[in-house]
Design a protein around this ligand. Structure first.
Ligand code: BES
Ligand code: ZN
Length: 855
């Protein structure tokens, strides 16, 4: 028998409320892989037993793009019925052995899901539903089993999950003793080099660590290895979690849809998220690599040992693990700047999602394609929800609840209900209302007013969440509102305290005060809301000068910057010198960390300003937003001509390059200053930095300034010649030219780059380098003539046949389309309708674009 599966199933909506357990348990799984680029054979031997906890059902296994060679039940050949998305088979109502041999074509797998080839090596990506492209299986996270794997090929290195077993000339065996869902399966085979090390756990077990890379990349592993060891130590110290296998392998691959994947004992990384060297990686790259290595490692407990019952529970592992990796980065590099960056990111990515057509709860209730729900909401808002929970119960109770969670649910496929229950059982709290954070979509608006009478200061809060698609009525959320009070001379008269708001409107009083205090509200951004506080510019300048909470100090400056820019855009106002003078005082304060001062120099992004204008009833004009930012930067450069060289001198690093917090902070300040200096010196300082740079942070920053200053050539050419054989640096070269292009040229530059010999559009990193940069060039992408939308649509249509997952993710560029004027809306609509009209449009893209158009 040799049968190709019918095509993928037609789009179908899956509902959380329909959850039913699988009718069988999987006792064990034995897989043999005979690797060949176009004809890999996968032989599966699986023991099933009836699941007493499940209702009776037909025996159905998922399977897609598989050619079934043979199948047997208890050793007898069977002819299963091939149905869309899998197969059905008659099986005994008793334990039985299932055997199946299938053939797959990894070399033609451009979707990068299942088993595929990247730069001559075999690798896999199974989350969320890719294992069904490897063999027939109940491909759902609540079916967990122990896997034994044999890989046969001529490749020198063959890896799978768990611990190594027997190996020989052309085979290697692996056994993973920890039951796991299929999405954590992984296999890698190739001509790889390793960077070895080891770690001894606190109970004394020695773990072999390896980072596996292509020949030539061995020199880019050291930083990742240090980050891995630091993560292992941190998880022991802070969460009491130890590693549980003899080996931990990390592999770098060039073609990868995401950043990295937490497969048990065999993490697979996009090479951009693990390979690093001072010459080729920026400080931001180093920080991201450290965070992502930590993130995937932390999943070993929050995701692998305790996994998700179904994909609606995705935030159970992702929100928690993002929260854990943010705690790790805060400990490694400083909490204040980490919080500021996370909030900037939340506002730039999650707020537009939650306030637009793609809005969905942290735990969605339905989906068509689960890959479309690895969103900023599930991840970032999911992490915020955990931060709120910790704030509400306190650090000690949080630690106890986590211990109980690990204890009670180790080995389980768990739910959000299980997660909240451990907090209820630990603290005696009723979390019924808090649970709304998981089911109610949209960003709450919180307003606050003040009252002062007879030594009593009262803050009255009101909350309200605007309707979102499918949710017209919203209920009040539990909001932990961190508040501090300052005396008029800036002393703290009330240290940070957490007010627990549960009603739509609620007042909180502070008495026994001798003078009317100044309130610092929502410290450290204690809840993911939009705060409306009617403060004067003077009030904000006071907080900018005196707030003892570093986040709110930054926020005061950020709000002054935003109001200044909105007034410039909407009313043609001149820059606000009250803000700039307050900021200057702070920038001159050498007691403040350079990285904090670098944050203070930042300005709100163009897209965020567009959203602010939209909310205030204006139609945002991307060109006017761009122009205002240019005017403001020019104004600051001229006004601070005396300050900037001083800051530049402070930002100098004389020690050899190291990507540590101290040096990184200085270089961040130096970069912000260089951007300003380049506006008045014709690019001289940037050119000097470019010529003398011995690390990528300084080189790339100066190249960006030169492009902005209109002095791109010959630096762009020199950079190309120097780095043309380094893929990750070439991604920067492609991206920077588009992101720094003047709005009127961005589309032309992007289009020209798509014709470059090194534009390998099937490589997600390269595709994203160009088109991610175009989308991020706000005024460039939102050209009034629609050329930005049209170019993106052309390429999304092209990529969809090859790689639906990456195509679908990039469709979110259109999610803000209704903010803009009629002309732009019509252009965006035309582009999206063109995508919808593409023959054989993937389920992924179909779902994304229909939601965006409907919203
Ligand atoms: N489990 C995900 C990777 C993943 C996501 C696989 C979607 C398949 C589909 C992984 O743990 C992850 O979250 N990676 C993030 C980076 C992380 C630091 C937030 C990523 O890849 O962007
Ligand atoms: Zn993750």
């Amino acid at each position: 028998m040799k049968d190709a599966s019918p095509s993928a199933p037609a789009p179908q909506t899956i509902y959380l409320k329909d959850y039913t357990p699988f009718g069988w348990t999987v006792e064990d799984v034995h897989l043999t892989f005979r690797l060949a680029p176009h004809a890999t054979r996968v032989i599966a031997r699986i023991h099933f037993a009836p699941n007493p906890a499940a209702p009776q059902q037909d025996f159905f296994l998922h399977g897609e793009e598989l050619t079934l060679i043979r199948a047997a039940v208890n050793g007898e050949a069977v002819s299963p019925e091939l149905v869309p998305g899998g197969l059905k088979c008659t099986v005994p109502f008793a334990p039985f052995l299932w055997e199946a041999e299938v053939e797959i074509d990894p070399a033609n797998n451009t979707a990068l899901e299942g088993l595929y080839m990247s730069s001559g090596m075999y690798c896999t990506q199974c989350e969320a539903e890719g294992f069904r492209k490897i063999t027939y299986y109940p491909d759902r996270p609540d079916v967990m089993s122990v896997f034994t794997v044999r890989v046969e090929s001529e490749m020198p290195v063959m890896l799978s999950n768990g611990n190594p077993g027997a190996s020989g000339d052309s085979f290697a065996e692996w056994h993973d003793p920890w039951p796991k869902p299929a999405y954590l399966f992984a296999l890698v085979a190739g001509d790889l080099r390793n960077h070895p090390d080891s770690f001894t756990t606190k109970s004394g077990a020695k773990v072999d660590l390896n980072i596996w890379v292509r020949p030539g990349d061995e020199g880019k592993c050291a930083f990742g290895m240090e980050a891995l060891k630091a993560s292992m130590k941190w998880d022991e110290d802070v969460y009491g979690r130890e590693y549980d296998l003899d080996v931990f392998n990390i592999v770098a691959v060039d073609d990868f849809n995401m950043g990295a994947m937490e497969n048990k004992g065999l993490n697979i990384f996009n090479s951009s998220c693990v390979l690093a060297s001072p010459e080729t990686s920026t400080d931001d790259n180093f920080e991201r690599i450290e965070a992502i290595i930590a993130h995937e490692y932390f999943h070993n407990w929050t995701g692998n040992r305790i996994t998700c019952r179904d994909w609606f529970q995705l935030c159970l592992k992702e929100g928690l693990t993002v929260y854990r990796d943010s705690q790790f980065t805060a400990d490694m590099r400083g909490a204040a700047v980490k919080r500021i960056n996370d909030v900037r990111d939340l506002r730039a990515r999650q707020f537009p999602e939650d306030q637009g057509p793609l809005s969905h709860p942290v735990r969605p209730e339905s989906f068509q394609e689960i890959n479309n729900f690895y969103t900023a909401t599930v991840y970032e808002k999911g992490a915020e929800v955990i931060g709120m929970l910790k704030r509400l119960v306190g650090d000690e109770a949080y630690a106890k609840a986590l211990d109980l969670y690990f204890d009670r649910h180790d080995g389980d496929a768990a739910t959000i209900e299980d997660w909240l229950k451990v907090f209820e059982d630990t603290t005696g709290r009723d979390l019924t209302q808090f649970k709304r954070w998981y089911s109610q979509s949209g960003t709450p608006r919180l307003s606050v007013s003040e009252d002062w009478k007879d030594g009593t200061f009262t803050l009255t809060f009101e909350q309200h969440t605007p309707p979102t698609p499918g949710q017209d009525e919203k209920l009040p959320q539990v909001l932990p509102i961190a508040v501090g009070l300052l005396s008029p001379n800036g002393d703290e008269v009330q240290a940070t305290t957490v007010l627990e708001m549960t009603e739509a409107r609620q007042a909180f009083s502070f008495d026994g005060l001798s003078a009317r205090p100044r309130a610092s509200v929502l410290r450290a951004f204690s809840a993911p809301v939009v705060l409306h506080q009617a403060l004067s510019r003077e009030d904000r300048a006071f907080l900018l000068a005196h707030d003892t909470d570093p986040f709110n100090r930054w926020e005061a400056g950020n709000e002054l910057a935003r109001d200044c820019l909105l007034a410039m855009i909407a009313e043609g106002a001149t820059p606000d010198t009250l803000w700039l003078d307050g900021l200057e005082t702070l920038l001159r304060d050498t007691a403040l960390d350079p990285d904090f001062r670098a944050c203070m120099l930042g300005l709100p992004g163009q897209s965020e300003l567009a959203q602010q204008l939209h909310e205030r009833g204006h139609t945002p004009d991307p060109d006017a937003i761009y122009d205002a930012l240019q005017t403001l930067q020019q104004f600051r450069a001229e006004r601070w001509s005396d300050l900037l060289p001083k800051l530049a001198a402070e930002a100098r690093v004389d020690a050899p390059y190291a990507p540590n917090a101290e040096q990184t902070g200085k270089r961040a300040l130096g970069t912000a200053v260089l951007h300003l200096l380049s506006r008045t010196d014709g690019g001289a300082a940037a050119q000097a930095q470019f010529d003398g740079a011995d690390n990528m942070t300084l080189q790339l920053a100066s190249l960006a300034c030169l492009i902005r200053a209109g002095k791109a050539e010959p630096a762009v050419q020199a950079f190309y010649e120097q780095w043309q054989n380094d893929r990750l640096v070439m991604d920067k070269w492609f991206g920077l030219q588009v992101s720094m292009a003047e709005p009127g040229r961005a589309v032309t530059v992007a289009e020209a780059l798509t014709a470059h010999v090194k534009f390998d559009w099937k490589n997600p990193n390269r595709f994203r380098a160009v088109f991610g940069a175009l989308i991020g060039n706000h005024a460039g992408f939102h050209r009034a003539d629609g050329s930005g939308y049209a170019l993106l649509a052309d390429w999304l249509i092209r990529l969809d046949d090859k790689n639906p997952q990456t195509t679908a993710r990039m469709c979110s560029a259109f999610q803000t389309w209704t903010r803009y004027d009629d002309g732009r809306r019509a252009q965006a609509k035309t582009a999206m309708e063109r995508i919808m009209a593409k023959p054989n449009l993937s389920r992924d893209v179909n779902e994304m674009v229909s939601r965006i158009l409907a919203g």
